[in-house]
Design a binder for this molecule. Structure first.
Ligand SMILES: Cc1ncc(COP(=O)(O)O)c(C=O)c1O
Length: 413
């Protein structure tokens, strides 16, 4: 058997192998670098969007998991409906319904976390070269998810006073937004702009994606209404059938290891995404769906939130103080009111954060350069810095190391 395997391998190696798909030549392994940076000794990772692991509710999740498996062996250990467990879909429909937004099970799809929702959207909506309107710089994972479709992009410059939402959405397959504390910029989209985008989506029929992993991480001010709520107000008591596609996840408010996310949308969109999911992973893990349901029923998100918000607010302030002290000579930034990131912009537009990254890694600090958040890869003068993973003293040390890398780059090192 072994011999045959060896012979077969030799035979294969002596011939040319079929090429990998063309889109793989356009991608990069940056996300994997961020996720695995934690295993490099003494490296300070301020690149990834990683939660503080000390806040993972391990004991409570273990208890919920044990109970779920014992009480629901079929749901947890068997296959499940592609759309997700009916009880979890009902619980999410109830959670996101408001006096103006009426949701039922048919409005909800459970996904294998937020990333899968983005992937399914590309599968369901994009033909090769399809047009996406988006806020750029934008989430790297979304660009990655849509890459196999070779989309074209149109920039939604929301802060431009002459921004014309109808013109911006017309002709696009969908518009992609992260209104709460965008990844990577940390920016909040204001109420007026939310309303204008919703109006434009209704006027043009363009799907408006509201990707909202960070909505619960609000450090200052009052949370703004979701765009799907603003859109729901138009359906006069009917089940939601509008153009907003809302996406959520448990990754930032409970734990990313659960890989549980959801899409809230018109039934027609839920059906299309379900078809796409069937050919993707058939169904999301029943164990983690049951854990998610147990966690929602136990009010875990609400109980964890004050601790998360308190810790992250302190860390945001620590990162901003460190930036002010060590980097402000070369970079400007705005203090975000929520989320996980500070977007630092070089004062000199010729500064190249792609070139800074290897020098930063030499100093044992990892940052996310702006080029990876820009589909055209032209923005090289900024970087994304995360404040949730590390305690204040590590953030300060990370920014000191980064300043040393900047000095080396400027000095021609
Ligand atoms: C804007 C945005 N959308 C979606 C996701 C997906 O997260 P997950 O797949 O862990 O739910 C992330 C993760 O960082 C994100 O920043």
């Amino acid at each position: 058997m072994r011999l045959m395997d060896t012979a077969a391998t030799k035979l294969r190696r002596s011939t040319a192998r079929p090429a990998f798909a063309r889109w793989l030549g356009t991608t990069n392994a940056v996300t994997n670098t961020f996720l695995s940076a934690g295993s490099i000794p003494d490296l300070i990772n301020i690149a990834g969007g990683l939660p503080a692991p000390e806040l993972y509710p391990a004991a409570e999740i273990a208890q919920i998991a044990r109970k779920a498996i014992e009480a629901h062996p079929q749901d947890t250990l068997g296959y499940n409906p592609v759309e997700g467990l009916p009880e979890l879909r009902d619980a999410l429909a109830a959670r996101f319904s408001t006096p103006h937004l009426h949701l039922g099970r048919e409005n909800i799809l459970i996904t294998t976390s937020g990333m899968q929702g983005l992937d399914l959207l590309g599968k369901a909506l994009l033909e090769e070269g399809g047009l996406i309107a988006g806020q750029f710089p934008t989430y790297l994972g979304a660009i990655d998810a849509w890459r196999p479709r070779y989309p074209t992009y149109r920039n939604l410059i929301l802060q431009d006073p002459s921004f014309d939402p109808v013109g911006a959405l017309t002709g696009a397959q969908f518009a992609y937004t992260v209104p709460n504390f965008s990844n990577p910029t940390g920016k909040l989209v204001g109420l007026q702009t939310r309303q204008a985008l919703v109006d434009a989506a209704h006027a043009t029929g363009t799907w408006l994606i509201e990707d909202d992993p960070y909505g619960g991480l609000h450090y200052d001010g009052v949370p703004l209404p979701r765009m799907i709520e603003l859109s729901g107000g138009r359906s006069a008591g009917q089940r939601y059938d509008g153009p907003v596609v809302y996406m959520g996840t448990l990754s930032k408010e409970i734990a990313p290891g659960l890989r549980i996310g959801w899409v809230v949308a018109a039934p027609e969109m839920i059906k299309a995404l379900t078809m796409a999911k069937q050919g993707s992973d058939m169904c999301t893990s029943g164990i983690t769906q049951r854990i998610a349901l147990g966690a929602l029923e136990a009010g875990l998100i609400e109980r964890l939130q004050p601790g998360l918000v308190g810790l992250y607010r302190e860390r945001r302030d620590a990162l901003c103080a460190a930036l002010e002290e060590h980097l402000s000579e070369w970079f400007t930034f705005e203090r975000p009111v929520g989320g996980m990131f500070v977007w630092a912009v070089a004062r000199d537009r010729d500064f190249d954060t792609d070139r800074l990254l290897p020098l930063a890694l030499k100093e044992k600090v990892c940052i996310a350069p702006s080029s990876v958040f820009d589909p055209s890869e032209t923005n090289r003068w900024a970087m994304r810095l995360n404040f949730t993973l590390n305690p204040p003293e590590r953030l300060d040390e990370g920014i000191r190391r980064l300043a040393s890398a900047v000095r080396t780059l400027i000095g021609g090192g």
